[in-house]
Design a binder for this molecule. Structure first.
Ligand code: GDP
Length: 197
């Protein structure tokens, strides 16, 4: 699959607003600053693709990026943690997000991005638990691998691998760097396997 023809399709605030023309999608989640936008931009070779999701007004809940004219999409979920929205909005989001994750039939897998220097925060663990409970395939991406020396990066990868080894759902993990492209092919292969089962 080619990811360079990806373009912004639309944003959805609720499950019912999710596009019907998309039959398979992969959602990207992660706490703010994990490197989600940079990873989406690197993956699609488009410097400003994921910026839309940080533009006030356009930011709703779920941002859809379609792969060319295919019925496939990458979905950018709001970065949890530091989203600059009122608490009431945050709670409403949480509810809609849960609804989306649980009920969206097109959702084929979830990519969870974590800074390789701070993996498995409480929220990451909750997402992991949720994926396990719901049998949702999960791919963990340890971002900013360029920030660590090779040995330290490898041991972070090993540590996360250990933490997920008892998962009941399909979980995989890799390193990634938006800066130097480390792990880009591996990420594409995982997405391909979900889009073209
Ligand atoms: P988001 O909030 O998850 O979308 O995170 P961003 O993609 O905006 O990245 C947060 C910060 O981390 C920015 O300052 C990026 O430049 C930086 N960053 C993201 N990915 C990488 C990476 O692979 N390597 C390095 N060195 N910095 C990165």
């Amino acid at each position: 699959l080619t990811y360079t023809k990806t373009h912004y399709l639309r944003s959805a605030a609720t499950l019912s607003q999710c596009p019907g023309e998309i039959t398979r999608e992969v959602a990207f989640a992660g706490r703010s600053n994990a490197g989600k936008s940079s990873a989406l931009n690197r993956l699609t070779g488009q410097k400003k693709l994921a910026r839309t999701s940080k533009t006030p007004g356009r930011t709703q809940l779920i941002n859809y990026f379609q792969l060319g004219e295919l019925p496939l999409a990458l979905v950018d979920l709001p970065g949890y943690g530091y989203a600059k929205v009122p608490i009431g909005v945050k709670n409403a989001w949480q509810k809609e997000l849960g609804n989306y994750l649980q009920k969206r039939d097109a959702l084929a897998g979830l990519v969870l991005l974590m800074d390789i220097r701070h993996p498995l925060t409480d929220y990451d663990k909750r997402m992991l638990e949720w994926a396990n409970d719901n049998g949702m395939p999960l791919h963990l991406v340890l971002t900013k691998s360029d920030k660590l020396k090779r040995g330290a990066a490898k041991s972070a990868l090993l540590q996360v691998s250990q933490a997920i080894r008892n998962s009941s759902t399909a979980v995989s993990v890799q390193m990634f760097s938006s800066l130097n492209g480390d792990g880009l092919d591996e990420l594409k292969q995982r997405l391909n396997s979900w889009f073209l089962p």
